[in-house]
Ligand binder design. Sequence first.
Ligand code: CP3
Length: 354
Amino acid sequence: SVNDEAVGHQTAATYDSAFLKACRREPVPHTPVWFMRQAGRSLPEYRKARAGTAMLESCMMPELVTEITLQPVRRHRVDAAIYFSDIVVPLKAIGIDLDIKPGVGPVVEQPIRSRADLARLRDLTPEDVPYVTEAIGMLTRELGGTPLIGFAGAPFTLASYLVEGGPSRNHEHTKAMMYGDPQLWADLVDRLAEITGAFLKVQIEAGASAVQLFDSWVGALAPADYRRSVMPASRKVFDAVAGYGVPRIHFGVGTGELLGLLGEAGADVVGVDWRVPLDEAARRVGPGKALQGNIDPAVLFATREAIEAKADDVLAAAAGLEGHIFNLGHGVLPTTDPDALTRLVEYVHTRTAS
Ligand code: CP3
């Protein structure tokens, strides 16, 4: 155990949690578990707390954010909480006219398509997001030794929403800019890196014990294009928060061919979706990084036996790793039976207890 001084504002209990130990690739008492999108529509208590309040509005209400963030920790006994927010919150905070439409996702009123549009992406300061500082302060007091994960959207994924104007299957406008006007694209993702780095710093300074950078849609790119057009901006985000000693997690869907580069961008932990087994993912990522993942979220709709067999497969593939955080390969699906999640946490804890 370390003393409080050595861990800054973080308590020794948090520092010594299974989740942070696994991020640091230290031995753990059990494999830590959390789920992307663990707070959300799969929980009846979430639907009740959110009733009548729009998504973006709720992200700006510290007491509601605290309650929703704590719900999956209470119910499932997961090893980490993830701050309840959305990847578009920092963009809203600097004045971009956007909304989150139920069943659709983030929609941007006036997409960013030209150099003149870049001027709308001003710097983010802590004063733009007082509700983040307040909510994280409340949360870290309530959570005790359970770590809180802060997060942000990565430059490519944010750019995709801004340039397309909403969710997109093929990212046509985004790729048109990336390939057709590489300087405008580079300037756009660099701006987003500045904003994202500042937003993560606010969360860490308020008490977040780890951060996850979601590049959810970057699997749409070939490795050479990722390296040239995205990696410099993602690296800039990781560099901005390198000095805190807080683990940095990086995740994207369908990124099997990019896993090595996601690590190279500056992550301490690489998140893996369900398409690549963790032993193979470890070969692609190389030494010195922990891995997070990777049950297919749809497996939770199968029988208990099938879910446990898949959990066994994940744990077997992870057996040789230095650091493993058990998670899904993407977010909890809204119609998932919450009891299946609770049982899975319990199963992984029991199976891996030392
Ligand atoms: O528990 C947690 O994981 C924290 C909550 C969280 C939300 N969004 C809440 C949310 C997190 C980590 C996010 C990140 C996010 N938002 C990502 C990256 C993660 C991923 O899934 O890849 C992305 C791509 C978004 C953009 C976004 N926001 C989408 C695609 C949607 C879903 C639209 C829909 O209604 O199906 C949202 C809305 C959103 N963000 C909801 C929640 C709980 C649903 C809104 C609601 O409950 O009314």
